[in-house]
Design a protein around this ligand. Structure first.
Ligand code: ANZ
Ligand code: ZN
Length: 807
């Protein structure tokens, strides 16, 4: 038993799941940014494999999406064909670059055997109460009769035909990601993400801890306005309440002044149009007042444009003396400005003009005021979130069909899925939303629900909703509950769907019974290192983490977080310092570069260009320089290789031995910490320092080749072949270094105080004497000591490795 656990642990230590964000196979082929990122991970993975790690290093295709659909529409070709061709080109280019993925794990989100499981996950979400339908506004082009994605609306106009885009309300599938808001924040403490990513995730969710307070409306019995505030201690300074322009109470408050209110509404619409909304302050007095529950003061109720409808309660208490926006509002409408806190910065503030609470600090006042109002049932503590539910419908063709049917008959009888035989037995994690009568998931055994064949004419017809609505035969189906006529959902899933769980499928890509085998999941997850773009630090990461937590809740995966470590990579700009784009004409195509300079020159160049998270312009001079370095390397390899061929049993000379040990250690450490640029710098300085007539043993020569093989695999392969080195370099082991030898290059310095040796410190032999003092001061202990005395003179005797502080 014990033995079994131990071997498992050993296996786990050996596993490494290295993930890079999979690309969208666009028609443009691999771009330089892909090459930059993929190359970095490739170096890392090659080293880990040489170390004997069991590495999962997969690649696949995020293949559904808008550009392919639009291209298909324009040319009347099947997006399946377009995707297939693009993928073939990407794959060829990746191979050209020497990226050694586990191609037997390749996945493609538009492959029915893949999206079967995307649909399956959706059905689980639905059954567990996490999917519902809601009327939401979409961008609609009345000319093209189609919904538009945000990026297709340019300056309020349709990108394709130039018609003015309107908002149209359509019922959309929604996913209740908000149910996971707290966990999506709190469990960030379990992962090793860059601080900027953690902050981006937190800000997107936007959790704010505050209070809800009820203000009774004077003259409307039993009616209250509930406001959300993070500053309950300012309640004595409230001089108005404000509701959002869509607040449900408005209908009771503006009965006698409907026309004035509609003028106000038009004013805000206009402000929205001229894009000055943020700086606009527009208020409308309802004629009603409310009672401040803390002191029974009468306060006017306004409607104000700056109160957001779907945040918190959609109503605020205005405290002009302590909030800038409230102050601007109070000035415009001549409202009281009453200061209730002095020193209102940080925690130092104290209450004034606040009755019995005068003199209290902010924190104490908060507690006391809450206590008082809470006892009367007027206030509670409350968290509010900026995060909204995820709109999951797209009015598109090239996406995963949402696997739902709607039966009007069952709907009229108010039958939901949870009323069916299967549904009754089911225990949902969350209470399902209302409004889902007549909506049923397609039986699991019938998945995947295939996207209907591409049909140019149907595809291009105008609809009132989605292209799939034109596929009448596909849409009409039979209700599996009552047997009457039913209709398939015609919306498809967003592009985010397939990428929210792809890293799970890599683990077990051919499984046709499950999304992936649990044992394999337990072995491989979490992903050890995930390299991706800064554009995905919010939504993609949030959605994937949400799905993972849900799948974990239903026992399909284990653990709380899917990605242990995340790195955000930078990018490569055009030679002109601008983003590479066809229209600017500054695109540098990796395939062309490989053809001209060879893949290894490009690999070296991209790894050397700078830190993995930087942004760098492409430089032709740089790649030329790399090509020259590569030529030098090759001739060095040839020279040593040929020497070894002729002589036997060469021993490495001492100096070279030290250099090689340093090389192994430092390059290895740099790769581990993803500093490929400094790793290459060290390789370069190694070849500068190594003597022209250096002697290198066969085994040391191989060590050098192994290190180089992570960066320039093609060259090393070629050289091995030429030199007849048939021991497989690529199946070799990442070399070990000798600690003792590293020390040989070190010299012990005596550190004296007034001529008496107090400490001994080791420095590498090549440390210049004038740098020794600096280095000594890096030692905390010694620095503390020396800082306390008044040093008069410092005597350095380099020949004797001695430094004397005189005081
Ligand atoms: C009184 C107050 C006094 C406020 C003060 C602030 C400063 P966060 O931290 O972002 O949650 N607020 C509440 N709901 C709002 C809505 N729907 N639209 C616009 N503003 C809203 O901000 C919370 C603060 O934002 C709340 O605290 C409220 O103003 C405002 F000296 O209440 B405060
Ligand atoms: Zn039915």
């Amino acid at each position: 038993m014990v033995k079994k656990i131990m071997t498992n642990k050993k296996n786990l230590q050996k596993k490494l799941y290295a993930l890079v964000e999979f690309p969208y196979p666009s028609g443009k082929g691999l771009h330089m940014g892909h090459a930059f990122t993929f190359n970095l991970m490739d170096i890392f993975v090659r080293k880990k494999r040489l170390e004997g790690k069991n590495v999962l290093y997969p690649m696949g295709w995020d293949a559904f999406g808008l550009p392919t659909e639009n291209y298909a529409r324009k040319l009347g070709v099947d997006p399946r064909m377009v995707t297939k061709n693009n993928i073939a080109r990407f794959k060829k280019q990746m191979t050209l670059l020497g990226l050694e993925y586990d191609w037997d794990r390749e996945i493609n989100t538009s492959d029915p055997q893949y999206y079967k499981w995307t649909q399956w996950i959706f059905e689980q979400l639905f059954k567990h109460g996490l999917a519902y339908k809601k009327e939401m506004e979409v961008n609609w082009c009345p000319q093209c009769q189609t919904a538009l994605a945000a990026e297709e609306v340019i300056g309020g106009k349709c990108e394709r035909c130039g018609a003015e885009v309107i908002f149209k309300k359509l019922p959309q599938w929604m996913l209740k990601i908000t149910n996971y808001a707290d966990r999506l924040i709190d469990e960030l403490s379990l992962v090793d993400f860059p601080e900027s990513v953690v902050t981006a995730q937190k800000n997107w969710i936007g959790r704010s801890k505050g209070f809800e307070i009820k203000f009774p409306i004077i003259g409307l019995n039993d009616k209250n306005i509930t406001v959300f505030t993070t500053r309950i201690e300012t309640i004595f300074g409230v001089s108005f309440l404000a509701l959002s322009p869509d607040h449900p109470l408005i209908s009771c408050l503006i009965k006698s002044q409907k026309s004035e209110f509609s003028v106000f509404q038009q004013r805000i619409e206009y402000a929205k149009k001229i894009n000055n909304y943020k700086n606009t302050i527009e208020g409308f007095f309802t004629g009603f007042c409310a009672l401040n529950p803390i002191n029974q003061e009468k306060i006017p109720i306004y409607i104000a444009n700056f109160v957001v409808n779907d945040y918190a309660t959609g109503a605020i208490m205005g405290v002009p003396a302590h909030d800038e926006r409230d102050l601007a509002f109070a000035k415009k409408y001549n409202l009281q400005i009453k200061k209730v806190i002095i020193n209102d910065t940080g925690q130092q503030g104290r209450l004034i003009n606040s009755g019995e609470f005068n003199g209290l600090t902010i924190n104490v006042a908060r507690k006391k005021i809450l206590e008082k109002l809470q006892n009367k049932g007027i206030a509670i503590t409350k968290k509010s979130y900026r995060l909204r539910d995820w709109i999951f419908s797209r009015q598109r063709y090239w996406g995963e069909p949402i696997p739902m049917i709607f039966c009007p008959h069952c709907a009229s009888k108010k039958i939901t899925w949870w009323d069916t035989k299967e549904g009754k037995k089911f225990k949902p994690l969350f209470k399902p939303e209302s409004g889902l009568e007549g909506w049923f998931p397609i039986p699991e055994r019938e998945l995947p629900l295939l996207l209907p064949e591409f049909d140019k004419t149907l595809f291009n017809q105008k609809t009132n909703s989605s292209p799939l609505a034109n596929y009448k035969e596909w849409v009409e189906t039979k209700c599996y509950v009552c047997g009457k006529k039913a209709y398939r959902e015609t919306d498809v899933m967003p592009n985010w769907a397939g990428s929210s769980w792809y890293y799970i499928r890599y683990i077990d890509p051919a499984n046709n019974k499950k999304l992936a085998d649990l044992k394999k999941i337990k072995h491989w997850l979490p992903v050890d290192i995930y390299l991706g773009g800064s554009e995905h630090t919010t939504l993609h990461l949030l959605y994937s983490r949400f799905w993972y937590k849900f799948l974990s809740d239903i026992g399909v995966v284990v653990g709380k977080e899917p990605f242990n470590k995340r790195l955000t990579h930078g990018m490569i700009l055009g030679e002109d310092g601008q983003k590479m784009s066809k229209s600017r004409g500054n695109v540098v195509d990796p395939e062309e570069i490989v053809n001209k300079y060879g893949a290894d020159a490009l690999r070296l160049y991209l790894a050397f260009i700078g830190p993995y998270d930087g942004v760098f312009p492409w430089q032709t001079t740089g790649i030329n320089g790399m090509k020259r370095f590569l030529v030098r390397l090759e001739s060095w390899i040839d020279r040593i290789g040929n020497q070894l061929k002729n002589k036997k049993n060469t021993k490495t000379d001492n100096n070279t031995c030290i250099l090689i040990n340093k090389l192994i250690k430092e390059v290895g450490e740099d790769i581990d910490s993803f500093k490929m640029n400094t790793a290459i710098a060290k390789i370069m300085s190694f070849f500068n320092e190594i003597n022209n007539n250096a002697r290198v043993s066969r085994s040391d020569f191989k060590k050098i080749l192994i290190i180089l093989s992570c960066f320039i695999p093609f060259t090393i392969k070629k050289k091995c072949k030429e030199l007849g080195i048939n021991q497989k370099i690529f199946g070799g082991k990442w070399p070990k270094y000798n600690e003792e030898l590293l020390k040989i290059g070190e010299v012990a310095w005596l550190i004296q105080l007034n001529g008496r040796t107090k400490w001994v410190m080791k420095f590498s032999a090549d440390t210049p004497a004038d740098k020794i003092k600096e280095k000594i001061f890096l030692n905390e202990k010694i620095k503390d000591y020396l800082d306390k005395v008044n040093i008069k003179r410092v005597i350095i005797i380099p020949e004797r490795h001695l430094i004397n502080f005189v005081f």
